[in-house]
Design a protein around this ligand. Structure first.
Ligand code: GTP
Length: 359
């Protein structure tokens, strides 16, 4: 069994994090997000993975290599210009030998790929799409199907209150090679907007596989923070010590200013009067100064937080320095290697960092 993992998107909604780090390499508790996806594929018995890439591919290649470190085989196909979610599949057609999984590279889910494969084989459609129920489908691609699971319609981002179903496309597909024949070559094609809607009028059905798994699209900063909150709370099943976790957890154990759950990687140093948590992740080598307050935030590796700094509901990328008495307002996203001057106040929702993509 093969899998194609789409990793070529620019991740515009996660900027400025994605100016220096491609979205699949954005860390979840210190480990690139894509490594979690690769682990899930391995557990499902999949060893052959193809990565259609394009935007900032080098960090992905450097980390994952040919796959031998993971006891797997990885093939990369770099797009000169973005081909879209279906164009990217067409572009790797020569490597495909049978039915294959397609995974969006930015989905955190507990979906059981083996169960999905069994459902696909039992029904024999041209493809099977993972769907999940959401409370508000208006921001997603809704998928309507009949009682047998045969997909009848795709409704992209319906106006609030008008969606015919609360089931949405969850970004994992199992497709027969014939699907590739239906994708035009040499131009950008969207699988959600073009390929799937065209396939439902064909003879072989496209089936829904609806589950109630944990599911989160990590593409937005709020979702990225929510993912960490869920992992720390144990809602998203990932093996973790409850309360205080991580290789640097010794810096937080017994600390009077810690509110659980919190996570610290190696080499974290926290001043005795700092207050950390709840829902805080401190990346490797992060230093936190006296009386600093950090809650509901994720700091990547090597971040330096000065005395009396306040950080709430924000993301701070690698090696950034936040000067004494600075305030980082809720919903801020600070890129890597940024210096925030002492005493500065970042308004809620601030975006600070390099302003150019390094393609
Ligand atoms: P935004 O710019 O924030 O929308 O993020 P994105 O560029 O990653 O787009 P989106 O979240 O819609 O993409 C879903 C998945 O498809 C992600 O895993 C992307 O990496 C991937 N993807 C999107 N467009 C392309 C493309 O043109 N080529 C390849 N190879 N992958 C893509």
């Amino acid at each position: 069994m093969q899998a194609i993992v789409l990793v070529g998107g620019e991740g515009t909604r996660l900027r400025p994090l994605t100016y220096g780090t491609p979205k699949p390499m954005v860390p979840i508790l210190g480990v690139p997000f894509l490594a979690r996806t690769v682990e899930r594929l391995y557990k499902a018995g999949i060893r052959d993975v193809i990565f259609p890439a394009g935007y900032l591919p080098q960090p992905i290649l450097d980390y994952f290599g040919d796959g031998s470190r993971f006891d797997m085989r990885f093939t990369y196909v770099i797009e000169e210009s973005p081909l879209g979610t279906a164009g990217a599949l067409k572009n790797v057609e020569r490597y495909i030998t049978g039915a294959f999984f397609v995974l969006n590279g930015d989905i955190l889910t507990s979906l059981d790929l083996r169960a999905m494969l069994a459902a696909h084989q039992a029904r024999g459609g041209i493809g099977t799409l993972h769907l999940i129920h959401v409370a508000d489908p208006s921001a997603f691609g809704c998928v309507a199907h009949d009682a047998n699971g045969r997909i009848e319609a795709f409704i992209e981002k319906p106006a609030p209150g008008t969606a015919p179903t609360d089931e949405i496309n969850a970004g994992t597909y199992l497709l027969e090679p014939e699907v590739l024949a239906a994708i035009p070559a040499g131009r950008p094609v969207s699988i959600e907007r073009e390929t799937f809607p065209a396939l439902i009028s064909g003879e072989r059905p496209l089936y829904a596989f609806t589950t109630s798994d944990y599911w989160l699209d990590l593409g937005r900063p709020e979702a990225y923070l929510a993912a960490h909150r869920d992992i720390l709370a144990g809602t998203m099943p990932l093996v973790l010590e409850p309360g205080i976790s991580g290789a640097g957890s010794a810096a937080l154990r017994g600390h009077p200013g810690v509110a659980q759950p919190v996570h610290a990687d190696e080499g974290v140093v926290v001043a005795p009067t700092a207050r950390i948590g709840p829902n805080v992740v401190l990346g490797a080598g992060t230093h936190v100064g006296e009386r600093a307050l950090i809650r509901d935030s994720v700091l990547w590796d090597g971040v330096i937080v000065g005395d009396d700094v306040r950080i709430e509901e924000s993301i701070v990328a690698s090696r950034t320095r936040i000067g004494a008495r600075a305030t980082v307002g809720s919903g801020s996203v600070i890129g890597h290697d940024v210096v925030i001057e002492s005493g500065r106040t970042l308004e809620p929702g601030a975006r600070v960092g390099a302003q150019t993509a390094m393609r």
